[in-house]
Design a protein around this ligand. Sequence first.
Ligand SMILES: *Cc1c(COP(=O)(O)O)cnc(C)c1O
Length: 231
Amino acid sequence: MSIQDNLSRVQESIADATLRTGRPAGSVRLVAVSKFHPVDTVLEAVQSGQRLFGENRVQEAEEKFSGVLVHHPDVQLHMIGSLQRNKVAKILPVTSCVQSVDRRELLLEIEKRAALLGKSVDILFEIHTGEESKAGFASEKDLFEAIDLLAECGHTRCSGLMTMAPFTSNETSIRASFRKLVDLQYRCQQEYPALDFSTLSMGMSNDYRIAIEEGSTMVRIGTAIFGERPV
Ligand SMILES: *Cc1c(COP(=O)(O)O)cnc(C)c1O
């Protein structure tokens, strides 16, 4: 199977799941997660029409995408992995959205660096919803304290929430994890009506159909597009 074939298959399956939930076609965006795959693989996906990518390591993302973005200015890269504060300056020039904002200090550093670059950056707050994943805000109180900081942030734009479901074949606990994110989105919209929480980034290769059924608006898919990651 070529990357083009895989992309078509995944897109069809996203479209099916979207229609099943009664939502309009195109309401779920696909992030192609290219981590561990070489830049040629990224370019193959670009040739097949894919424009939105995700990476989880700063060094790798910067090396691969600084060139891609020069030649394909309509390509966008989202940072989806845990991010150290001292790496923010390096990743911001190549990323349009940090999906993995999991603490206040990171948000403040993103704001500071985005201001220095004169650039506006989208962020998603990463939420801990499953037992097995450790990343993300674990309490509403911590999350709201971080969201409160946005009032002082002119270069950082909230667009929603992100989570990873537990890595399990137990569909009930996967659904429970996604439902927590949907519930929290509702709480955020009530508490902060002026902010945008419309994006729900949830669903990976093994659980994206479930995620879409539960209300995902953005799925992050690596293996189903690019195959197993080289080790
Ligand atoms: C690697 C990764 C993905 C993609 O995982 P696949 O199972 O390969 O689809 C999605 N989200 C995050 C945060 C990741 O690190």
